[in-house]
Design a protein around this ligand. Structure first.
Ligand code: ATP
Length: 246
């Protein structure tokens, strides 16, 4: 469960996110969309405790990220838009290191399964330095899944992945949701968001423009037909603010 209540984030005098409230229940996948500078990454970074909120409450699996950061982070998997790996560690060493950090005992079987699911088995002993961008992304996702988080936050999860990788990650995300994880995906890939997400939050200039189930939001703006209804709805929902951010 993810709960955000009256969240505001200011960087000095600039308000990046203003009075944002939403929840993501177990099994739900929330698509977080909005133009560049809307406040998506700021929201995800605050939810995982990288930056503090200016005001409001954010909790992960009932743990307040400010008051109980360790408990909150134990339940959390975060995949940033530019995952950083250790150049001098192999793929397997990343998984072992993550298992140690999260105190996952007997991690080997889960780690093998993740390598298999993401087509990384033959790269098990390869240094991160020698992986392609897409492979690095998949290692970061495998590490984030290893401790079986009940809350997962993705910032542009498919950057750099090939079509097979995209399919594998989509399947993995659906499986995690079916197993009861609450998931947020921030992405500009509206087709991905529409295909995967059960709920939608449209953010623009730091404010919530729409929040609800995918069909509620699309119905709200009169775009329930056709194959690219989210794309059409997105432009309707954000058109007033298209000039808002340079
Ligand atoms: N550390 C910072 N200091 C000052 N302003 C910041 C900082 N980080 C982000 N901002 C500003 O906050 C606003 C929201 O940025 P954020 O990165 O959250 O947007 P975003 O929706 O993730 O954008 P994008 O789609 O481009 O990734 C932007 O105007 C950005 O310039």
């Amino acid at each position: 469960m993810i709960t955000v209540t009256n969240f505001t984030k200011r960087y000095n005098d600039f308000t990046a996110v203003r009075d944002l409230s939403f929840t993501v229940a177990p099994g739900q996948i929330l698509g977080l969309v909005g133009p560049n500078g809307a406040g998506k990454t700021t929201t995800l970074r605050t939810l995982c405790g990288i930056i503090p909120p200016s005001s409001g409450q954010l909790s992960i699996a009932t743990h307040d990220i400010v008051k109980a950061p360790i408990a909150a982070k134990r339940s959390l998997g975060y995949i940033p838009d530019d995952p950083r790996l250790f150049d001098t560690m192999t793929v397997w060493e990343h998984l072992a290191f993550t298992a140690a950090a999260y105190r996952v005992s007997d991690f080997e079987r889960s780690a093998e399964a993740l390598l298999e699911a993401f087509d990384l088995t033959n790269k098990r002993d390869t240094l991160a330095h020698n992986l392609s961008r897409g492979m690095r992304q998949k290692v970061a996702i495998a590490c984030a899944f290893l401790h079986d988080p009940t809350v997962i936050l993705f910032d542009e999860p498919l950057t750099g992945l090939d079509p097979q990788g995209i399919r594998n990650i989509q399947q993995a995300i659906r499986e995690r949701a079916r197993a009861g994880a609450a998931i947020i995906i921030s992405s500009h890939l509206l087709s991905l968001v529409e295909a995967l997400c059960t709920h939608l939050l449209v953010l623009n200039l730091g404010e919530c423009r729409r929040f609800g189930t995918m069909s509620e939001v699309l119905g709200d703006v009169g775009h329930t037909d056709g194959n690219s209804s989210l794309e059409a709805a997105y432009f309707t929902m954000t058109k007033d603010d298209a000039q808002g951010e340079a």
